[in-house]
Design a protein around this ligand. Structure first.
Ligand SMILES: Cc1cc2nc3c(=O)[nH]c(=O)nc-3n(C[C@H](O)[C@H](O)[C@H](O)COP(=O)(O)O)c2cc1C
Length: 314
């Protein structure tokens, strides 16, 4: 399970053993990089492509109890500094998970089901199906900025959903949140209600207007901003939560190269999720980032990812 890489350190003229593997909420991962929910995790073809990209775990597109069509186009706008999307949680429904899990398991990788619901019952029903399908963990998406009936706004609702899911779930639970002025309290409530880790951050609300037709470009008018534009916000959130709780954090938000990856780990993330990076750079981005992380570790005499986690706090 442990992946050791032998690399010749030019500076030190010796062989270093670099350990990229990590243990995240009791799940062993060969390295810290997985996809973020919403990117290539909603069909068999896209999951096969993800597996080939060398992710260490597969996170599904957020699945709801029933299949959802989502919004009409345009749903995705490429920007200089990231993406703006309002897909509207389009997904094939929780039942598709059975097939997805089978494929990922053939490749011996952990699979995490991202789920969302309009109420506690929907979360609980989806959890039961996800466990039956054989997932290794659950990611509770409580932070989609553009699908309001699935967005969890109150701290009490975070508590109720997390503890209800926890009461029936034997697998690790990750709660996905985004920037808010209440993030520290929200995270505290998620952790005390049984979350094993938090995923930080989801997209941030944004809008783009076409000045020649004087209208917002997205059919939903506003959407979620992702990519390099939100990276400093993600770092701020991860740093603040690690400082407050020292809990396990899966970092997301503008990780597009090895520098932003290492920065996110030093802020406190134990693992990393990529979404916009796949759009910007294609499937090769996982190996490109891993290579950069290895090189940085060798040049700085760092033997394992564990040594890097939260380093910016010391
Ligand atoms: C096109 C697109 C679809 C997304 N869909 C989901 C989703 O279904 N569930 C979810 O939790 N996050 C979703 N996200 C948010 C990402 O998982 C991630 O948290 C966010 O984009 C920040 O990471 P990034 O800067 O690497 O893109 C989506 C993001 C994008 C760009």
């Amino acid at each position: 399970m442990y992946r050791w890489t032998r690399v010749l350190s030019r500076r030190n003229r010796r062989i270093l053993m670099v350990k990229l593997s990590i243990r995240l909420t009791n799940i062993d991962l060969k390295h810290p990089i997985m996809n973020a929910s919403g990117v290539m995790g909603n069909s068999v073809e896209s999951i096969v492509k993800l597996i080939k990209s060398n992710v260490s775990a597969v996170v599904t597109k957020t699945l709801t109890l029933e299949r959802r069509e989502g919004y009409s186009t345009p749903v995705l706008i490429p920007l200089e500094y990231g993406l703006l999307n309002a897909i509207g949680l389009a997904n094939p429904g929780i039942d598709s998970l059975y097939e997805f899990v089978k494929i990922v398991k053939k490749h011996n990788l952990p699979v995490i089901a991202s789920i969302s619901g309009r109420n506690i019952n929907e979360y609980v029903e989806s959890t039961i199906k996800a466990l039956d399908a054989g997932v290794d963990g659950l990611e509770l998406n409580m932070s989609c900025p553009h699908t309001l009936d699935y967005r969890v706004d109150s701290i009490e609702t975070i508590r109720e959903i997390t503890s209800s899911v926890k009461s029936i779930c034997s697998k690790p639970i990750w709660v996905k949140l985004s920037y808010s002025r209440e993030l520290i309290r929200e995270t505290g409530v998620a952790l005390e209600s049984g979350a094993d880790a938090v995923v930080l951050i989801n997209t941030i609300p944004g809008m783009v207007i076409d000045i020649y037709v004087s209208k917002p470009v997205l059919s939903n008018k506003y959407g979620g901003l992702s990519g390099p534009a939100i990276h400093p916000i993600a770092i701020y959130c991860i740093y603040s939560i690690y400082r407050e709780y020292g809990c396990e954090i899966i970092g997301a938000g503008g990780i597009v190269d090895w520098k932003t990856a290492i920065e996110t780990i030093q802020a406190g993330a134990r693992a990393l999720q990529l979404a916009t990076a796949f759009y910007m750079k294609g499937y090769g981005v996982v190996n490109e980032i891993l290579k950069g992380i290895e090189k940085y570790m060798v040049e700085n005499n760092i033997n394992s990812i564990d040594e890097l986690i939260g380093l910016a706090h010391s």
